[in-house]
Write a protein that binds this ligand. Structure first.
Ligand code: HEM
Length: 462
């Protein structure tokens, strides 16, 4: 494991002339305070300095990239020259013993073997089996809403996506199993929020104390016990189960690799961490945008009526729900749940006209790149039809990367898209939302991109 507590000297660029431009900031602290206080504004403002921008922090040397071609270099073309964000620091957010063997937290042979084994489980054929759970959970959620009731959209969708995920992952009904899984999910989110998305840990010297949390540990212990019990049940009666957990226990890759119990445990935690709030965020902003753009909502409704004719969606309908797909795609453009990707150079590397030294942190801010007017007409506008109209070679591929790219791209992308394309039409058939809170709320980076205030809506049943 690489040690990132770099000294001042090792952080410095060896040749000042070759440094990419960037804001000077304060003596010693450089850009630290503005980045921690208002990270969204800070990265928006960095764009003014060019496509490769240097940031000044006492602990790390960092560069932010704004051009899709450089992003493609990092994620795809030269991906061997980079590794993901340092795991020690990520663990500082979620706990040192958090899922060390989870797909999102390891590299090298173990990661390669796991990815190879798990990838087929996220293929479309396998995912179709989860569609019923997606539909059932959505129907149940919609039924709990009364006409005229005020609901907090982000909370409702967080509960719904958690229910779908736990059903599909380990056939566990979150409503019956106490609150172990929701509590674990909430604890992870609280933890990330408390640590300011890791920026505090990442940017400030380690002698500044950051909050510990005993309750977090207790919650995670309860989660560990639940997963352990579920593994034991499946080992005892394998034929009774056909969920992702059962598959992970029984599958051997063609290279003869099988997952140990601890690897499986860590995947469960990883999927919960990576798959819950991301999808909830996507759903929340999709419906906020639809509720505040009635003409787009009408267009969606027309398509849903044409394709589904009042019945519930199934995997066979998804391809015909084109406009629905564009709505979701556009929401992910304007509000990319992952917001920012992190890499680190493992060798001296060329980016544009700059040589970036080994050990430099590379930041890829999706939320800024997705709204660059070089690639999007009226980028601030919610225009789902742009995905039909604005085609052609003018927009580089990595001007849009909500699910990342390259070898570490999102393994759950199809799961998430299938889920969203089932949930959005069912809600469109049943209710309208009247937005009572700020229709254009400010957002902040937590574990995922989040509105700074809850999104309150009044439900109108159709
Ligand atoms: C709208 C929903 C989602 C979004 C926007 C999203 C976004 C992303 C992004 C951007 C990455 C790449 C991170 C990087 O390169 O550093 C990623 C990786 C990952 N995602 Fe997702 N994700 C979503 C849903 C899901 C779901 C539903 C699951 C699981 C059920 C999942 C599991 C993972 C895992 C395990 C990785 C790490 C993959 C690896 O390193 O091999 N994600 N996701």
């Amino acid at each position: 494991m690489v040690n990132f507590n770099l000294s001042e000297d090792s952080v410095a660029w060896d040749t000042p002339k070759r440094q990419p431009p960037g804001p000077e900031g304060l003596p010693v602290l450089g850009n630290t305070l503005s980045c921690i206080r208002q990270p969204m504004d800070f990265f928006e403002e960095l764009r003014e300095y060019g496509d490769v921008v240097r940031c000044k922090f006492p602990k790390i040397r960092a560069v932010t990239l704004f051009h899709p071609e450089h992003i493609e270099d990092v994620l795809i073309t030269d991906q061997d020259d980079y590794r993901r964000w340092n795991f020690d620091e990520l663990r500082a957010i979620v706990g040192n013993d958090f899922a060390p063997e989870g797909l999102a937290f390891n590299e090298g042979d173990q990661w390669r073997n796991q990815r190879h084994l798990l990838q087929p489980m996220f293929g479309l054929d396998r995912l179709r089996g989860y569609a019923d759970a997606m539909v059932e959970s959505t129907e149940r959620t919609v039924e709990t809403w009364d006409d005229g009731e005020v609901v907090t959209l982000n909370h409702e969708f967080s509960d719904l996506t958690l229910e779908v995920l736990t059903h599909s992952l380990f056939d566990l009904d979150v409503r019956e199993h106490g609150a172990v899984v929701p509590r674990a999910a909430e604890a992870l989110n609280d933890r990330a929020r408390m640590q300011g998305f890791g920026l505090v840990e990442l940017l400030l010297p380690s002698w500044i104390p950051t909050p510990g949390n005993n309750r977090y540990r207790e919650t995670m212990n309860a989660f560990d016990e639940t997963v352990g019990r579920q593994i034991a049940k499946r080992r005892a009666n394998p034929s009774d189960y056909d969920d992702l957990l059962a598959r992970m226990l029984s599958t051997e890759s063609d290279a003869g690799y099988t997952l140990s119990d601890s690897e499986i445990h860590d995947q469960m935690l990883t999927f919960l961490f990576a798959g819950h709030e991301t999808t909830a965020t996507a759903l929340t902003f999709t419906w906020l945008l639809l509720a505040t753009h009635p003409e787009k909502r009408d267009q969606l409704e027309t398509e849903v009526e044409d394709v589904l004719d009042g019945s519930l969606p199934s995997p066979a309908d998804l391809e015909d729900l084109t406009y629905t797909g564009h709505v979701i795609k556009e929401a992910l453009r304007l509000y990319p749940p992952a917001a920012m990707l992190f890499r680190e150079t493992i060798a001296d590397t060329e980016l544009g006209k700059y040589t970036i030294p080994e050990g430099t942190k590379i930041l890829l801010p999706q939320f800024v790149v997705h709204s660059d007017e070089r690639w999007y007409i009226d980028p601030e506008q919610f225009r789902p039809e742009r995905w039909k109209e604005e085609t052609g070679p003018d927009r580089p591929e990595y001007a849009y990367f909500p699910f990342g790219g390259g070898r570490h791209n999102c393994i759950g992308m199809r799961f998430a898209m299938m889920e969203l394309k089932h949930i959005v039409p069912i809600i469109a058939q049943r209710v309208d939302f009247e937005v009572l809170s700020d229709p254009d709320p400010a957002v902040q980076m937590e574990m995922t991109l989040q509105p700074t205030e809850d999104i309150q809506t009044r439900v109108h049943k159709r």
